[in-house]
Design a protein around this ligand. Structure first.
Ligand code: MOS
Length: 738
């Protein structure tokens, strides 16, 4: 990859900074949630339903209760009241607000019906297995045909039907994407520790403050009596954004037994009750002129959701702003299934949506005989035509131009199967990507110390993406110290309130609070120094002093300049601190003035060996326009990880539900196939940097999810170019190519 052009006036921002928490992780001293232990800690193992639809007739715990080490077997009614919540994104949110053990109805396979607690994990597991549950089973509906009922209008302009009917060239195609299950290597875990009237939860959480609010409400505790800690996360991909019912279950068990309780989900449980990207079916209709100008675009989609919850996979998120088209209609619908509640999975909405849209654009390009890059160039909008708002910054055409150059796209022979290398058929495909850019409400604090070190803190999380490092870079830049001098505190509700690590929005959300916190601390330093007769600034008017880059300058003599640690020592102070907070733009509190998105383009090469039906992804080039890049090393890593997920989405991933009983059949890492190193080629990631100051004072939009958007389409477009087979259902199966 090429590093973006770093701003020479900045010392820490824009530099490829290895992770500040890296040494802790590689030496094994980083404590992940399930690494915590407490005196007297008990182990809890949930009992999951073995039907996907029905009613619990009886739960016989007699045998389990007699087993060695068993402290309790909880079933409905045994655990005190766990209350449902009303999800509200600004205050407390979960995709599955039904409390655990709330009634005797089973709505999906693996739904918790009881909880075994014992002295050891093995005893708890044995006891959970010995709980005998009888069900009145009903036929579970896990039908993967979702139907076409998409009644909700998401976006509309002009007359899409008339535009389509009158268009000289049309395509009408339907795409489906299998259910995908998040598989962070660290499974979900909760350790609930009651102490006096406090309950501390060690959690695998992408959002400690929201988690605290949800669990406090469910357990009927004041928020200030619940603390949530999540210092290191073995990733989440969205599955850990919001609490799932095992967490209040662990909390309620700990309160009931007055002992610490640890509950760690097994890998199969990860497929039952902690979310997934639901199956989607999307129909795209495009009408165009013979010259390739779009005249009509329809995008109608349906996603599967659970029986109780209306989770919407917002596939049409990017459709209204991606291309210029006068007539557009985007609609959505839901199909209820006996499957656990879906949730956000990396790039929710736009990722499945852009698979369909970008595959359809490729189909249209082929039909028109226009190069796929050129077709997109011809439909570049001047503004976001979905909202009529100007873009804060959109350099999509430049992404395509640079990507095409780096990939060598000009050498492409558009004829299917015409390109060959070393006895293999080559396929070259490309696709666009887009992801929203926004900020959450966020606050942070800073402490400047007399030994030249700095502490920056916020109740946010580092889910493996590099938040510790980005916060250290921001504090280092603003305080004028090396990154090594910064201590970062996060992942604890005792710190200033911060948002979820989600939507690729956290880095952007942190910029202004940290900037303001440093400025507040600087002002305090100015007041102290001006008031201190013995300091070099003694007697100066505070208004004549300036704090910038960690230095205090100005004053009567006009030439004094002290770094904050020198200034603190001069004033006889150990430290000075400040807090900052900033309002977010997501969800929007007022009518936005701009359309705010990142953009990019992916170029993919596959090789196809028809004699042995061997398909490989051999090259990927991605160019991403995401504003200023704070840490090119971590940002590249984010996009690379997303590209790997794109290979998984296109070629491997899919959760299969048994039509007989509704159980996920491939609920293990052996059977749920994800890409391994041998499946992943060299990845070339390039950032183009146009700082976007509508976002924050650094102009950073945040990266992560955008790398997965469009990637599966670029791959299947390349597969078509190599083989002539159009894959409209993910994952692609080799049978389709035979
Ligand atoms: Mo991401 S799906 O916002 O964790």
């Amino acid at each position: 990859m090429t590093s973006p052009t770093a701003d020479p006036s900045m010392a820490a921002i824009g530099k490829s900074q290895p992770r500040v928490d890296g040494p802790l992780k590689v030496t094994g001293s980083a404590k992940y949630t399930s690494d915590h232990g407490f005196p007297g800690m008990l182990y809890a193992v949930p009992v999951g339903a073995t039907v996907a639809s029905g009613t619990i007739e009886a739960i016989d715990t007699a045998r389990a209760r007699q087993m060695p080490g068993v402290r309790a077997i909880f079933k409905r009614g045994d655990l005190g009241k766990i209350s449902p919540i009303t999800p509200d994104f600004a205050s407390m949110y979960t995709d599955e607000p039904r409390p655990p053990l709330d009634d005797d109805v089973v709505r999906y396979w693996g739904q918790y019906v009881a909880l075994a607690v014992a002295d050891t994990f093995e005893q708890a597991k044995a006891a959970a297995d010995a709980v005998a549950v009888t069900y009145k089973a009903e036929v579970a509906n896990v039908d993967h045909h979702l139907g076409a009922d998409a009644p909700n209008v998401v976006s509309e302009r002009g007359d899409a039907d008339a535009g389509f009917a009158g268009a000289p060239v049309t395509i009408d195609v339907t795409y489906a994407i299998a259910t995908e299950t998040h598989n962070p290597i660290e499974t979900h875990a909760s350790i609930a520790v009651p102490e006096g009237d406090m309950l501390t939860l060690y959690e695998t959480s992408q959002g400690v403050v929201n988690h605290r609010n949800v669990v406090a409400e469910m357990l009927g505790l004041p928020r200030d009596k619940v603390r949530v800690v999540s210092k290191f996360l073995g990733s989440g991909f969205g599955s850990k954004l919001f609490p799932w019912s095992h967490s209040p279950l662990a909390g309620a068990a700990a309160l009931s037994l007055k002992m610490p309780v640890k509950l760690v989900l097994s890998r199969p449980m990860m497929f039952h009750s902690v979310g997934h990207r639901p199956r989607t079916e999307q129909r795209i209709r495009i009408g165009a002129t013979a010259e390739g100008k779009l005249v009509s675009l329809r995008h109608d989609y349906v996603n599967a959701t659970s029986i109780l919850d209306d989770y919407v996979e917002n596939c049409g998120e990017a459709t209204p702003h991606m291309y210029s088209v006068p007539n557009l209609r985007v609609t959505s619908g839901l199909a209820k299934r006996n499957i656990g509640t879906p949730t956000s999975m990396r790039g929710p909405g736009a990722v499945p949506g852009l698979f369909a849209l970008e595959a359809a654009m490729d189909e249209l390009a082929l039909k028109l005989g226009i190069d796929p890059v050129e077709l997109r160039m011809r439909n570049e909008p001047a503004v976001d035509e979905g909202t009529g708002l100007p873009f804060t910054s959109r350099h999509f055409q430049e992404c395509m131009t640079i990507g095409a150059q780096r990939f060598g796209w000009a050498g492409r022979d558009a004829k299917v199967g015409a390109m060959r290398r070393g006895g293999l058929t080559l396929g070259w495909g490309m696709a666009a990507c887009s992801w929203l850019a926004a900020r959450f409400d966020c606050s942070a604090s800073i402490e400047l110390r007399d030994d030249g070190t700095v502490r920056v803190a916020s109740a946010v999380q580092d889910i493996g993406t590099g938040t510790y490092t980005a916060m250290a870079q921001m504090a280092a830049e603003l305080a004028g110290v090396e990154v090594e001098k910064v201590e970062v505190a996060l992942g604890d509700t005792d710190l200033p309130a911060g948002p979820v690590s989600g939507g690729s929005m956290l880095t952007s959300s942190l910029v202004k609070p940290i900037t303001d916190a440093v400025a507040v601390a600087g002002q305090k330093l100015i007041s102290k120094l001006a008031a201190s007769k013995s300091s070099p600034f003694g007697g100066a008017k505070p208004a004549d002093l300036k704090f910038s880059g960690g230095r205090l300058t100005g004053g009567g003599a006009g030439s004094a300049s002290l770094r904050f640690d020198e200034a603190l020592r001069a004033a006889g102070l150990k430290s000075v601190s400040g807090e900052g907070s900033a309002e977010g733009t997501f969800p929007p509190k007022q009518q936005p003035e701009f359309s705010s998105h990142s953009f990019g383009a992916h170029f993919v090469e596959v090789t196809w060996q028809p004699e042995v039906a061997r398909l490989r992804v051999t090259r990927m080039v991605s160019v991403i326009d995401a504003g200023r890049i704070i840490n090119p090393l971590a940002a590249r890593n984010q996009i690379e990880g997303a590209l790997v997920m794109g290979i998984g989405m296109a070629l491997f991933e899919g959760t299969e539900y048994d039509p007989q009983n509704g159980a996920p059949m491939n609920a293990s890492l052996a059977d749920y196939v994800v890409p391994v190193n041998a499946d992943v080629p060299a990845l070339e990631v390039h950032f183009i940097e146009y700082p976007d100051f509508e976002q924050n004072p650094l102009g950073a939009r945040g990266v992560g999810e955008i790398g997965l958007a469009g990637t599966a389409a670029a791959i299947t477009n390349a597969v078509h170019h190599a083989t002539g087979t159009r894959c409209r259902e993910l994952p692609l199966r080799i049978e389709q190519l035979l």
